[in-house]
Design a protein around this ligand. Structure first.
Ligand code: UD1
Ligand code: CA
Length: 514
């Protein structure tokens, strides 16, 4: 198996993935598609040094989720409009999706202004359909976005808006419709009449429109409203006044349109995202004993008939095979776990546990560790950058760092691989089917040959040839009566004297019996 090294915030379908739309876009006669992701707003209500859209949820940033949805429709161009804390956001974009065109909105003058800035960054490349997404709406699914865009195209409309009916529409723009159901305007909460505020169909903020038309239309909107902002939603009014067709695509699942403004909302949406992810795995054949205490990131894969026990986090790009047992109380980040493996009370990252292998309880796997098929890292064992061959075992209380442990080898309880000489890290090699004893220290670099043995308490500084026994502890010296002489009057001396007296009287009894 191969370790997938991956940052928590990258995601499948990014432009480095050769099978996505990327720059070339889908091969079709359709007009090109451009997605504009708005991410310039301040997000002050997060009260964070980290820009709002960079906060993580289910293993991606909020912005990462928006880009994932965007890439799901294989657009020709993706533009991100950035402004506040733009260095942070630009760096993140370069990491997770370097093909995204970055457009800087110096001042946040409103969503209409932001989209104009985004379109300007495309220059002459802009035509076809534009889709606007927000960088802080993490639950939007690529399938929903695809259905929306396809509905917009087949309807032959100039502009479409993704809407939902919600119980508490406060704060959102309301969708106003004519008697025939056609959309006539979107009015912001603060500009709405009481009657308009009673409307429970809200503007998600997700829009699709003809790009060339919008480029012109955006020049005509003003900022004469309660917030003094250029409203993107005013495009609806412009289209209607020009007699163009405007439509709404209403979805049932309003949470897909919900944005994050505070950390309270972040936790609520993260819990909901997790609920959906866990449910997806259960429906695909994974047993999750306690969904409430199980956290699974968006990009995790788990095979059928695997059981996940309570208190377990499966994070990043972790992939788990079939018939495995994970947990309880385990954290796995960017791990690869094979079929039938058992990972119990384990904290592990960037490592591999192969088929039928086991770890735990209370085991720490640091990056670069591989437990071969049927192998074992047992209780209170820490491993780092160490490979165990098939069936190799480190069952108890050990630190194995920078090691190669051959197949079928057994490393005794209380072993330390002394890998660090204060300057360099060195490797310890334990041969196939070697038996190293309890409380050994291996001073690396050092090699124990195939089938070799070591004695209890050995400190192994020199290589041990195949089949040899190496012992290093001196032979035992026993100084009788040492405690009575050197520690007189202590409880130890008294206990020793009682034991010796009893021993003598036992001897007397034996001597007097015939
Ligand atoms: C907007 C919509 C509203 C909709 C709501 C959905 C407008 C005028 N209103 O309101 O109808 O119901 O979203 O959540 O469009 N942004 C920029 N640059 C700016 C302003 C905003 O990039 O100059 C970005 C923000 O970072 C954010 C998004 O645009 O990601 C929405 O901005 P926000 O101020 O939250 O819009 P709302 O007032 O909530
Ligand atoms: Ca606003």
């Amino acid at each position: 198996m191969r370790i997938k090294r991956r940052r928590f915030d990258s995601y499948p379908g990014s432009s480095s993935d050769p099978c996505d739309g990327g720059r070339e876009g889908p091969v079709s006669d359709q007009a090109p598609t451009t997605v504009i992701v708005l991410a310039a707003g301040g997000g002050t209500r997060m009260r964070s040094k980290t820009m709002k859209v960079l906060h993580p949820l289910a293993g991606r940033t909020l912005l990462g989720h928006a880009l994932h949805a965007a890439r799901g429709i294989s657009p020709d161009h993706v533009v991100a409009v950035i402004g506040n804390q733009r260095e942070q956001v630009a760096e993140h974009l370069a990491q997770v999706d370097p093909d995204v065109v970055q457009a800087v909105q110096e001042e946040q003058l409103g969503t209409g202004h932001a989209v104009a800035v985004g379109l300007a960054a495309l220059g002459d490349a802009g035509s076809g359909t534009a889709v606007v997404l927000y960088g802080d709406v993490p639950l939007l699914e690529p399938e929903t976005l695809a259905a929306f865009v396809s509905d917009h195209r087949t309807g032959g409309r100039t502009l479409s808006v993704l809407t939902a009916r919600v119980e508490q529409p406060a704060g959102y723009g309301r969708v106003l419709r004519a008697a025939d159901g056609s959309v006539t305007a979107i009015v912001e909460e603060r500009d709405a009449t009481d009657e308009q505020r009673a409307v429970d169909e809200i503007n998600s903020g997700i829009l699709a429109f003809d790009l060339a038309w919008a480029q012109e239309a955006l020049r005509t909107i003003g900022n004469d409203n309660a917030q003094g902002e250029y409203y993107l939603t005013d495009l609806v009014g412009v289209a209607v006044s020009e007699g163009r067709s405007v439509g709404a695509f209403q979805i049932e699942d309003a949470l897909q349109t919900e944005g994050v403004n505070t950390r309270v909302q972040l936790a609520r949406l993260a819990t909901e995202a997790n609920r959906r992810i866990v449910e997806r795995h259960m429906l695909a054949g994974v047993t999750v004993v306690d969904p409430a205490t199980t956290w699974i990131d968006a990009d995790v894969s788990i095979g059928a008939d695997t059981t996940v026990l309570p208190g377990t986090q499966i994070l990043g790009a972790t992939s788990i095979g079939e018939d495995a047992v994970i947990g309880p109380d385990s954290t796995l980040l960017d791990m690869e776990v094979g079929d039938g493996a058992s990972v119990v009370r384990t904290h592990a990252s960037l490592s591999v546990v192969e088929a039928g292998a086991s770890t735990g309880p209370f085991t720490y796997l640091r990056p670069g560790t591989t437990v071969g098929p049927g192998g074992k890292l047992g209780a209170f064992v820490e491993a780092k950058n160490t490979r165990l061959g098939a069936g190799a075992k480190v069952p108890h209380l050990s630190y194995v760092g920078d090691g190669d442990i051959g197949e079928g080898a057994n490393v005794g309880a209380g072993t330390i691989f002394a890998n660090y000489d204060g300057v360099n890290k060195n490797r310890t090699r334990i041969g196939a089917h070697a038996r190293t004893s309890s409380n050994n220290t291996f001073v690396a670099p050092v090699t124990v040959g195939d089938g070799a043995f070591t004695g209890a308490g050995a400190t192994i500084r020199e290589d041990v040839p195949p089949g040899a026994l190496a012992v290093s502890a001196g032979s035992q010296r026993t100084m009788e009566g040492w405690v009575a002489r050197k520690r007189p009057g202590t409880p130890s001396a008294e206990a020793a004297s009682r034991a010796l007296a009893e021993h003598e009287s036992d001897d007397d009894v034996q001597e007097t019996t015939p």
